[in-house]
Write a protein that binds this ligand. Structure first.
Ligand code: PHE
Length: 465
């Protein structure tokens, strides 16, 4: 048991792997941009509130469910619901969700790799022009980058839990932390950084609207890799003696810490570069704008530091984001792989081949949905506009389904598994404390109530307005 390669080797091994999953594009790009758009400190407060009040208990619920059953989400749902049909549907959703998120996330990862390589080849100035992004994402090069990204994921996942996922995290996460701190320290020495800090830490409460609240919650779910089955799967790789409550706290702190530092790095940079910026003007920024926005931040360093130095900083940023994205991609693809392996009693490699082929196909389709192929680019029509396949995946799975999956977990724990079983699992690593008691109460009452409300309002706002 002690040397089981299908388990994490220690608590710290688990925390690094789970942080590898949690720290991703959401922290480095999504969080700072959302904070800049949505009232700085006000967004920050809301975000932290959701992490503590809603996400932490759900992290614990997912981890204990995974460890108690020793199964992937599908198996776990089936086992605790004693094979009920309705819950099999929820189990299926917990596999479809990571699969679909893996599809659009691999496209984002590909863009980051591409931008990193473009900066290395000296094209930072071109990246900063508004037209560049559109040309870049529709160029055939995308498919070469996609092959490289998928290749790296396969390389890690072939190694299994301890020699693949954990080993990669032990290597890549420290590298990521060093790059992040280096960049943040650099940005904070720029002139006018103080204005950014002030904006970041001043809550502008009048900016809080329903969509800001909803945005903060989806962001927290996505960032902590909740509702994707990842923590159930990783929970099943945890040793009984590891303390779940401590692990959950460490995970939430690392992930939130990285997001905060990323904000610390980005907001002062915005203010240093555009002293007269009103960050609210970013408010209709699409993914495309974000991609030209970062190169612009770096280009603004050129007069003072020179093109080479600016390119160096830019390359570090894109490499950092790329590394973060790869470790997240690994974790999300592991979910359907683990489930398929268990359900079909196949070898790991066979399951991996099937899942990777599916993700690759899906990613090719979404990568072609930016105008190249008409039916993919006009995949659906709602909220008064045509939506590409990529947009639909983001709207449906990121914005809508994640909190819904969180709701399903609460209901499963309360109605089927029963809370005393969850409590026993949480306590098996020797944990007791406020979080355990809070989780016990909150998961049965106000967390499901909030998640159900958010789900209904989001569906109405997104798809029927
Ligand atoms: N937590 C990741 C992030 O913040 C999101 C994610 C996790 C996406 C796992 C895919 C897979 O970017």
């Amino acid at each position: 048991m002690h040397n089981n390669p299908d388990q994490f080797s220690s608590k710290i091994g688990f925390v690094l792997a789970a942080a590898g999953s949690a720290v991703g594009i959401g922290n480095l790009v999504g969080f700072p941009v959302a904070a800049a758009k949505n009232g700085g400190g006000a967004f920050l407060l809301l975000y932290i509130f959701f992490v503590v009040a809603i996400c932490l208990p759900l992290i614990l619920a997912e981890l204990s469910l995974g460890r108690a059953t020793g199964q992937s989400p599908l198996g776990a749902f089936k086992q605790v619901s004693k094979n009920s049909k309705i819950w099999a549907f929820a189990g299926a959703l917990s596999l479809i969700t990571p699969f679909m998120i893996a599809v659009f996330y691999s496209v984002l990862t590909v863009w980051l790799l591409g931008y990193f390589l473009q900066v290395l080849s000296g094209r930072l100035d071109e990246l900063a022009t508004p037209v560049y992004f559109g040309g870049f994402i529709t160029s055939p090069w995308i498919f070469a980058y996609l092959a490289a990204v998928i290749g790296m994921v396969v390389l890690v996942l072939k190694g299994g839990v301890r020699d693949g996922i954990e080993k990669a995290a032990r290597l890549l996460m420290p590298m990521l932390f060093i790059m992040l701190i280096g960049l943040a320290v650099f940005v904070l020495t720029l002139p006018n950084a103080a204005a950014g800090l002030k904006f970041y830490f001043t809550p502008q409460l009048d900016r809080i609207t329903w969509s800001v609240v909803n945005g903060a919650l989806s962001q927290a779910f996505f960032s902590l890799s909740l509702g994707m089955g990842i923590l159930i799967t990783y929970g099943s790789y945890l040793r009984k003696q590891d303390n779940l409550v401590q692990s959950a706290k460490m995970l939430a702190c690392t992930d939130t810490g990285v997001a905060l530092v990323a904000g610390l790095m980005t907001l002062p940079a915005i203010f240093a570069i555009y002293p007269s910026t009103n960050p609210g003007e970013l408010s209709d920024s699409s993914v495309g704008l974000i991609f030209s926005f970062f190169p612009n931040i770096f280009m603004a360093m050129v007069p003072k530091f020179g093109y080479l130095a600016a390119s160096f900083v830019a390359a570090t940023f894109f490499l950092l984001a790329f590394v973060a994205a790869i470790t997240s991609l690994v974790s999300i693809i592991e979910v359907p792989v683990a489930a398929l392996k268990a359900e079909s009693k196949q070898t790991r490699n066979k399951a991996l081949t099937v899942v990777i082929t599916g993700v690759l196909l899906g990613a090719v389709f979404s990568a072609l949905s930016f105008g190249q192929v008409k039916w993919l680019s006009e995949f659906a029509f709602y909220s008064g506009m045509n939506k590409s396949l990529f947009d639909v995946l983001v709207d449906v799975f990121y914005d809508t389904i994640l909190p819904f999956n969180g709701l399903l977990i609460c209901l499963l724990v309360v109605w089927q598994w029963k809370r005393h079983n969850m409590a026993a699992e949480m306590a098996s690593g020797g944990a007791t404390g406020w979080l355990e008691r809070y989780t016990h109460a909150a998961i049965a009452f106000w967390i499901p109530a909030i998640l159900a409300t958010v789900f209904v309002v989001t569906v109405i706002n997104k798809f029927f307005s």
